[in-house]
Design a protein around this ligand. Structure first.
Ligand code: SAM
Length: 260
């Protein structure tokens, strides 16, 4: 008799909050790492081919340890989920947990969010794009790395299906003020008052950590506006770049996270 996987059935916890799902016996594990993008000439990705079926597509940008994707994929088996992060260690962690939960509707890739959205997402296809706690990059010399810019929103808008959903969240007040300034140009924007109903203790690891520290978490979602190409172009040109100062708000937690 093969030995049962030692952790099978275990409910894991992170900062006291259960990680969604349970570890399955090894023979039920899935393969969720997406390691090899095709050559650039073959872009964008064919997600029906990636998942072996046609289903609404959920994207998570800068997914960290993948907590949101685990939760969503377990709750919505009829949706496919593709998530990316720059950090190989974060993706290894996320992939292992999704594999152990047998999630065939998930793929994780080490990839920067800009090129994933711009080069690899086909126009008008994603049902939802999520971005939880994008890095604020407190140092003035690194501000150029901030993810949410007018040009990036143009690409998110392009990739979403008609009426598609863009979900954002941050604990950095100046980043939130900037999001509220630029998102309504492309999306019918709504602020979410309090935690998402599906995750009262937090959808993402950073959200859980920020709340434990007593930081305010800002949440919102936008529905894709129906805009012509000329309108999109004019809005990108009219909006400011993310040159805001953070005054280091939340940087302590950012430093700690980087050391984990
Ligand atoms: C503050 S963490 C938030 C992680 C996760 N979304 C959460 O809420 O727990 C920011 C994450 O974004 C990733 N990141 C930063 N810039 C990125 C980029 N351009 N593309 C993809 N991931 C990026 C970092 O590696 C890090 O894992």
């Amino acid at each position: 008799m093969p030995k049962p996987e030692p952790n099978a059935g275990t409910v894991e916890r992170e900062y006291g909050v259960p990680i969604p799902g349970k570890i399955l016996p090894k023979e039920q594990w899935a393969q969720t790492a997406y390691k090899q993008f095709p050559p650039p000439a073959e872009a964008p990705l064919d997600f029906a081919e990636v998942f072996g079926r046609s289903a609404p597509l959920v994207i998570d940008l800068g997914c960290g340890n993948g907590r949101y994707v685990l939760q969503s994929a377990l709750a919505r088996g009829d949706y496919d989920h593709f998530a990316c992060d720059l950090l190989p260690a974060a993706i290894r962690y996320a992939t292992r947990r999704a594999n152990q939960r047998g999630l065939s509707n998930v793929r994780f890739a080490v990839k920067d969010a800009e090129s994933l959205v711009r080069d690899w997402l086909p126009a008008g296809t994603a049902a939802e794009i999520h971005c939880y706690h994008p890095q604020p990059y407190h140092d003035a010399k690194e501000r150029w790395r901030r993810l949410l810019t007018p040009g990036f929103l143009k690409q998110v808008h392009r990739a979403l299906a008609p009426g598609g959903l863009f979900v954002v969240q941050t604990d950095c007040p100046p980043y939130w003020a900037y999001m509220k300034e630029i998102l309504p140009a492309f999306f019918e924007f709504h602020e979410q008052d309090g935690p998402w109903p599906d995750a009262p203790q937090g959808r993402s690891r950073r959200e859980i950590l920020a709340r434990k520290r007593g930081y305010t978490v800002f949440r919102g979602y936008g529905l894709k506006l129906d805009l012509s190409a000329a309108e999109v172009k004019a809005r990108v040109a009219a909006l400011p770049l993310p040159n805001f100062k953070t005054r280091g708000v939340g940087s302590e937690l950012d430093d700690e996270e980087a050391e984990d």
